[in-house]
Design a protein around this ligand. Sequence first.
Ligand code: NDP
Length: 336
Amino acid sequence: MSDTVHLSLDDLRDLIKRCLTRNGCDDANADAIVNNMAWADANAATSHGIFRLPGYVASLKSGKVDGKAAPDVSVIAPAVARVDGKGGFAPLALERGIGKLVELAKAQGIAALSLNNIHHFAALWPEVEKVVEHDLCALAVTAASPMVAPAGGTKPFFGTNPIAFGWPRKDQPPVVFDMATARMARGEIMIAARDGHTVPDDAGIDENGNPTTDPNEILKGAQLPFGGYKGSAISMMVELLAGGLIGDLFSYESGAIDNKDGGPPRGGELILAMDPARFGNPDTWLDHSEDFFAELAKQSGARLPGSRRHKARLSTPETGVDIPKTLYDKVLELSD
Ligand code: NDP
């Protein structure tokens, strides 16, 4: 018996949509999540594809997230837009807000979008790429539940706090990096625990603050940021931008009110958009950065971040995707 199920992208989209609408999402929210989630699988970013669907459903069932939320967009300063997500999932809030961010950045040269009262459970590269499509560069950050101890500390405090950055390219997909600021993704630690593997000794600490390679002990204790105090400082910056700056929750505050249903915590996201044509030389910035990428590519072994995903997305519309049968069966059960 096969342990994966093969689906076309259309079938994958239908499966996700049926499950979400059966569990309380309206069409607008379901479609936005489908676009985000199926696009993640199409990009071989499986950790944020349909794998996340049971978590979304858990929060619909528990009532933590409103599947019918109608996000509200406003402009609160000449170069600052805000979306009140009204306690819904992030994808629809993003869909509604990105256009305004692009419009303001084109008008002002630089603009920011804050998303408040949302539940973010996805990768950040999709929103960054949506901004970069308009020849803008973009930076996105969001905080989450407390899982990571600050450098020198021993208790969960920061979220895994991802940061994503994108830069437009000439006739090519953009350069995009999107990474958690924890040494290891939470999901990777959970998979190591499930499969009985050890993890690197700088991935986390046990309940007593001692370094350990046992993922089960880390799950009881705390993860660590990447790069010691340097990653810890970047994670702190993410908290301050996605929480303090935009008037939303820090990870420890979000953790304190979370109902632990396994779905996405409540919080905020900040996205910055900058127009290189307005900062530097409008005629040469694109060629200038292409020279930079060409110089980097001269080093064998080096590659541009995002290229793995961009390669995958070329083939999946034809080939479809494989998802674990256990996950497929679970989604069918949740869709009944
Ligand atoms: P990875 O460590 O897998 O990848 C981080 C980045 O590094 C990617 O852009 C990747 O590009 C790039 N990269 C990987 N290897 C190389 C290489 N050899 N050379 C150049 N670039 C490389 O990501 P994480 O595990 O840290 O994060 C996974 C996802 O989790 C992110 O999308 C993040 O947004 C999401 N996340 C979301 C959270 C939330 O609250 N919503 C919380 C935490 C994480 P490529 O894709 O091309 O491999």
